[in-house]
Design a protein around this ligand. Structure first.
Ligand code: GAR
Length: 187
């Protein structure tokens, strides 16, 4: 049995999708969700799903060995599902090639600091892109620069608003993210 911990910062719809996907699979267990934003939507989702969701601080993430030691007990892999803080080197060193992120664009385009959520979709719209997509990648020390595991694209219409783009991206994320996680974890 492989264990995963999910980090989220916001609504947590991807986290919910991942939890549901692995619920009926016997080989992967989502042990816990961690969130750095008090009151984020993910807390209600976890309550409904009967999954523990723990609030943690940036300080804990960056300076606590206890936190990393705790994670080592709880997780073989860490999945970032809409998690917006940078991952410190110490954590990356403790989980080499075992931290997986999803980015709502076709990296290397629209990556880097400040490029998250609607900021990405607004930029895609502004640049009149004819397609966008998702990138699932390992996390390294630079924002959105780790080795790419998987990408999927979706066509855009002139009439698509940034909200329409966000919806198309979510559809791709829900379809692919859990399966890609499974393919990495279960060798
Ligand atoms: C997702 O679209 C995810 O790709 C994006 O935030 C959204 C979270 O939605 N992540 C990033 O922008 C990371 N740079 P959710 O909270 O409903 O899963």
């Amino acid at each position: 049995m492989k264990k995963i911990v999910v980090f989220a910062s916001g609504s947590g719809s991807n986290a919910e999708n991942i939890i549901n996907y692995f619920n009926d699979k016997g080989n992967v267990l989502v042990t816990k969700v961690y969130c750095n934003k008090k009151g984020a939507g993910i807390f209600n989702r976890c309550k409904r799903l009967n999954k523990e969701c723990v609030l943690f601080s940036k300080n804990e993430l960056f300076s606590s060995d206890d936190f990393i030691n705790q994670l080592k007990k709880e997780a073989d892999y860490i999945v970032l599902a809409g998690f917006l803080l940078k991952i410190p080197s110490k954590l990356i060193e403790s989980f080499p090639d075992k931290i997986i992120n999803i980015h709502p664009a076709l990296l290397p385009k629209y990556g880097g600091k400040g490029m998250y959520g609607m900021n990405v979709h607004n930029a895609v719209k502004e640049n009149k892109e004819t397609e966008t997509g998702i990138t699932i990648h390992f996390v390294n020390e630079n924002y959105d620069e780790g080795a790419i595991i998987f990408q999927a694209t979706t066509k855009l219409e002139d009439t698509d608003s940034p909200e329409d783009i966000a919806q198309k991206i979510h559809t791709l994320e829900y379809e692919h993210f859990p399966k890609v996680i499974a393919s990495v974890i279960i060798q």
